[in-house]
Design a protein around this ligand. Structure first.
Ligand SMILES: [Zn+2]
Length: 177
């Protein structure tokens, strides 16, 4: 008895057999358990291949996926101008600092009332004198009282600016994650 080849069995699975060939095969499978077992095994293999084809991805799959992600990212996280925000914040801080410096300069020009000074004034005076002490240790430029106030204001502006820049960088970095 001649057995059926794998090639014929595969043709049978793919419905490529017809007529005499098909009827001969059917007759043989009725009496041959060996060929029937091979047919079942080949059917399983065929199903596996069909499943793999379902999940097959094209060569530019990664590229297309990245494009889609880029589009989604762009749509949901529009770019914010951190530089613009920084400039606005700096402007506000500068305005506030100039106002404070002007108020304090006016207050300083008014003859001092012999009373207990406010805590913030004491603290500011201490900071001002400390700042002018540091500066005068290098040069005797900021010797006058008004200049020391301006110097303190500038130091304040610089400190706040550094803080804002640091915060905006931190935020920008956090957004990138
Ligand atoms: Zn057989």
């Amino acid at each position: 008895m001649r057995h059926i080849s794998d090639e014929i069995l595969n043709k049978y699975i793919d419905n490529e057999l017809e007529g005499e060939g098909l009827s001969e095969l059917n007759e043989h499978l009725k009496i041959c358990s060996s060929c029937l077992a091979r047919l079942k095994a080949l059917r399983i293999v065929d199903q596996q291949f069909r499943m793999m084809e379902t999940f097959h991805v094209s060569g530019d799959f990664t590229q297309n996926l990245m494009k889609k992600i880029e589009k989604i990212s762009f749509h949901y996280a529009p770019k914010k101008s951190y530089f613009f925000r920084f400039v606005v914040a700096l402007f506000l801080v500068l305005t506030a600092a100039i106002l404070i410096a002007a108020i304090l300069a006016v207050k300083a020009s008014v003859p001092a009332v012999p009373s207990e000074p406010a805590w913030y004034k004491t603290a500011f005076d201490a900071a001002s004198s400390k700042f002018s002490d540091i500066l005068s240790s290098y040069k005797d430029l900021f010797s006058s009282r008004s200049l020391s106030i301006v110097g303190s204001g500038l130091a304040f502006i610089i400190l706040v600016s550094i803080y804002i820049v640091y915060e905006s960088f931190k935020e920008a970095k956090g957004r990138l994650r």
